[in-house]
Ligand binder design. Sequence first.
Ligand code: PLP
Length: 440
Amino acid sequence: MTHVFPRHTKATLPIATRGEGAYIIDAQGKRYLDGSGGAAVSCLGHSDEDVIGAIKDQLDQLAFAHTGFFTSHPAERLADRLIAHAPGTLDRVYFLSGGSEAVETALKMARQYFVEKGEPSRKHFIARRQSYHGNTLGALAAGGNEWRRAKFNPLLIDVSHIAPVHEYRWREDGESAEDYGLRVANELETEIQRLGAENVIAFIAEPVVGATMGAVPPVPGYFKRIREICDQYGILLILDEVMCGMGRTGTLFACEQDEIAPDIVTIAKGLGAGYQPIGATLCTSEIYDAFVQGSGFFQHGHTYIGHPTACAAADAVLTKLTEGGMVARSAAQGEKLDAALRAAFGEHPNIGDIRGRGMFRGLEIVADRATKAPFDPARALHKQIKGAAFEAGLICYPMGGTIDGQRGDHILLAPPFILSDDQIGELIDKLDTAIRSVLG
Ligand code: PLP
């Protein structure tokens, strides 16, 4: 009997009792290799003594102080260090408790920026189909995943959704990756023109798409064209790096690899690495100054913003990621993971695509490699693979997305950056067992 409202009401879950490096151990003593960091959260594994020590030290000094009255050393220190590492001219940090809050904050910040500038007609956001930006109503509206939205559609603000970028699925025969990128990026321009630039607030996108498509990176030049269009029409670019940020793709911010900088970026998950719930929304000084020169007040806030203990944990995580070399390790181990995935599954008749960056990798499951047709969604293969992997002692993050109007299956891998070469081997073996038990 449990009184915890579970994620899936029919599931009976094992009780997790201990974390040890890349493993979670349940009450029966069974060990699970965490091949997805939960949902791309646990980038440093589950027992990092430096992060745990930083939390304990902070608790000994001050657990919490409300930001209506105080700032704190951990929040100030973490903001300074994030800004020092951030791309472009990002200059201010608003701390939240997770990813959805960070996205809500980004949307409201962008809207209020234009209100402060005397442009209240701007009320449209543009996002992409097959994106996920969180489960609160604003973030859900920005997301373009129909399945997640369906029950709540009547409650959601009106957001336009343009095509995502997914070379394996939608690049046409004979089209170069660059031309494909320009073609889909230009959909943003068409949509801005349709709505009228004076009515548009911002475009929001994940640099590398996580939860809905399984670690899909953009093609070269796509985001440069997106940045160009946003600048040309005077709309803001919000990048959602909640899942792909904080070293997950091999650079601290995923967008560094696309050589662009956003006006606003959201981070969470790997920021606290699972040791504390924390997210953040970073914006440029231009946006911040509009608030200072305007109403002097961002009309927003939550009880736990800038939580000192969460910030102390994230500051210790950031030290491991940067000075501790963990971002570089994500890049290096990510290459090894990619090579191992290709060696194990590159010829598998039902693995159509292997993709990703750093320790953020995706496999796409197809019924037929030649036509790329997905399996019948009624089979819910992703769920079967998740179950078989869990049975074998591997946590992975499979999902069923919509591809060309049909539900398809992917597996997302986002293991801790500490993963050793042997553990990469263990992950592949267990995934192989799971995939073969389901697909043959
Ligand atoms: N944005 C992206 C890109 C995500 O992947 C997620 C969660 O998976 C969120 C936002 C929402 O974050 P949270 O679950 O911490 O609210």
